[in-house]
Design a binder for this molecule. Sequence first.
Ligand code: TRP
Length: 450
Amino acid sequence: MVFILTEKSIKREQWGSKLGFVLAAVGSAVGLGNLWGFAYRSSQGGGAAFVLLYILVVLVVCLPIFVAEFALGRNTSTSAFLAPIKAAGPRWAPLGWLFLIAPLAIASYYAVIMGWTADIFIQSLFVGLPLNPEESSSLFDSIHSGKRDLIGQIFSLGLGAYIISGGIKKGIEKLNKICIPILFIILISLAIWAAFLTNSGVGYRNFLLNFDINQLANPTTIRNAFSQAFFSLSLGIGIMITYASYLNKKSDLPKQAIQIASLDTIVGLMAGLITFPIIFSFGLGETISKSTIATLFITIPSGLGQYGSIGRLVAILFFGLAYIAAITSLISLLEIPVATLIDKFKIKRNLASILTVGFTFIIGIPSALSTNILGNIDAIANVLLILGGFLVSFLVGWVIPKTLDIELKNSGSSSLTKAYLKFMLKYVTPIIVAWGLIISVYDLLKGWLS
Ligand code: TRP
């Protein structure tokens, strides 16, 4: 009985400040998706064409959905699992389930990749880097074989549980206030360093300047652009609903959505400005074009390994940066189930965190044991994000437009902003996301069947 609280004793926590909320949302958005997903997806889908599509998806689709998630969260003041029912009735309960299952699925393999990141960080700090791609491959094989993998995963989940059990202000907000500034400092320093590498120009050209117009119609590039936009912005599965449920009534939602999306996109682009010069300066372009999830964990260490002690320092900073970015994202994924347990079953945050992390660990074991399974869960989860994005825009645009009205009014938005967002969420965003969803499902199935 100690863990059961009465309805009255639970007062919903709130963010300490507007900045705290924005930093937490940026912390959720900026993660492995920016540092690793952006590079590997843009190299798969032909550089600049992918980047262009990605930016279009962010502007036309993701920004309105951001505001829709914020409006839903702040208006209902409840976790993403319960918000659709509270806003639109029991028929929308399946959306709540999507918001519960998808973050758990992502957290399950995200923690595994964080384990790899921590392992390479420790390796760079205490042992040194591999000197060529072969050594790097065998290092990676040993990292993701069985026990070492599980230890990294458990460590990351344990850290996540520890932070999240501290609560909104003293756990999530505090961590982000410390981590986000550090993250930007490291990122800018590394981008400057990378600019001076011998072949940085070739890297930039492959990343941003290699524009192949045919790629714009390639289903894989389109799927990659949608997946990257949703994944990188933590959109489509209720993270932003949950975070906004701890907001007070006054903050300006559209403005905050723009701030968060811009910072996240800048980090994605800057990460490309770091990884591509490294990859091309060390002649690893071949490897990256056949890219899989694991590629960066092999190419970056072996590239930097050829660069002596400076390379080692850069590796420590890069993988340290990736880990910091990842922990602030992991806790946002864990917060949905935790908030759901608290809101629905009225159990204490500590217990909710332990239960969530324990469950996430168990369902993540297959991903820890096989990168193939991990890749497939990632691919499915990315389609679920797009599906969730479609349903949220449809819900807010068509079913509960009044909620949007109220929240935009509370935000103090201008009438132009209001009209624009209402129009987008009704007539533009749902249609484009539906199109992206169909292409993504088609492309995913085609990949599986071939
Ligand atoms: N956005 C994070 C990244 O780029 C990952 C993440 C956190 C996420 N929360 C999410 C992805 C919710 C999708 C949905 O690494």
